[in-house]
Ligand binder design. Structure first.
Ligand SMILES: Nc1ncnc2c1ncn2[C@@H]1O[C@H](COP(=O)(O)OP(=O)(O)OP(=O)(O)O)[C@@H](O)[C@H]1O
Ligand SMILES: [Mg+2]
Length: 256
């Protein structure tokens, strides 16, 4: 079983899109994925067509100690989602960066046996390194980093390198895997960014590219993952290949 934090301090690189579509790919492959929306923007929650009260979201866990398992919503595509709410922004301000606060999420996942259940868990992080994202990185076994084919997105990945080095120096090593999102074959910037990421990360940079995809984009507008919206599209194929690569290379370990 693996807990994956999907993170990049740069906004808009595809963290939420990747979380939603990788979880959907897992569900289609017979796994029983759990996704935690840990972003006060609650985009993943909205994309899933949910509009729960704050207390029925991950905010209820941080604010009122509601068990995580009581906050799970089952989606029609077979994904289990703990949704988010804009009130979650207060948690980033209320909690401190002390050891106890930062480990609450990890501790609860272990105590509720979520991390022993064979269920892969994906955490959709917000684009800031506050208490919420640090909680996710500490709770995670590994970090998946989407990078879009533009230079500023690589800066975000570089900032993350420094954050992960900081965790490693505290005995919290987290393997990371980067993948290129919104790739456009033959486009000079796409190719330059791909070459630079290969140079920088070597085998920790996924071979699979997720192409710029109209189906991915349109699916979101219909509150659907790309497999439900356009199962035969290239977008569905890309996320399916990405999941295969992450499993085959041992980055994600899941039992059926
Ligand atoms: N492969 C893709 N093809 C086309 N559009 C995409 C693709 N990946 C992401 N997008 C679009 O890019 C935008 C940003 O994606 P997304 O919300 O997933 O990024 P994010 O990293 O979660 O953003 P934030 O940092 O705000 O949480 C969205 O409009 C999404 O639909
Ligand atoms: Mg997002």
């Amino acid at each position: 079983m693996t807990v994956i934090a999907v993170f990049n301090q740069k906004g808009g690189v595809g963290k939420t899109t990747a979380t939603a579509n990788l979880a959907a790919a897992m569900a289609r492959n017979g796994f029983d994925p759990l996704v935690i929306d840990l972003d006060p923007q609650a985009h993943l929650t909205a994309m899933s067509g949910l509009h729960p009260e704050a207390r029925r979201t991950i905010y209820g866990f941080f604010q009122a100690q509601t068990p995580l398992s009581e906050l799970v919503h089952r989606l029609p595509n077979g994904v289990n989602l703990i949704p988010s709410h804009m009130e979650l922004a207060r948690v980033d301000m209320l909690l401190t960066q002390n050891r106890r606060d930062l480990r609450r999420l990890k501790k609860a996942m272990a105590e509720e046996m979520l991390t022993d259940s064979g269920t892969p868990i994906l955490i959709d992080c917000c684009p800031m390194l506050g208490v919420l994202s640090l909680s996710a990185l500490i709770a995670a076994d590994a970090v998946l980093v989407p990078v879009t084919a533009e230079y500023l997105a690589m800066n975000g990945a570089h900032q993350l390198d420094q954050t992960l080095s900081g965790l490693t120096s505290q005995g919290l090593y987290r393997p990371r895997r980067t993948f290129l999102n919104r790739y456009q074959r033959g486009h000079p910037t796409s190719e330059k960014v791909a070459a630079e990421l290969t140079r920088r990360y070597g085998r920790d940079f996924c071979r699979t590219r997720v192409f710029e995809s109209q189906s991915v984009l349109e699916g979101i507008g219909h509150n659907q993952d790309v497999f439900s919206y356009a199962p035969d599209s290239e977008g569905a194929e890309d996320f399916s290949y990405l999941l295969d690569e992450l499993i085959e290379t041992g980055f994600i370990k899941i039992a059926k």
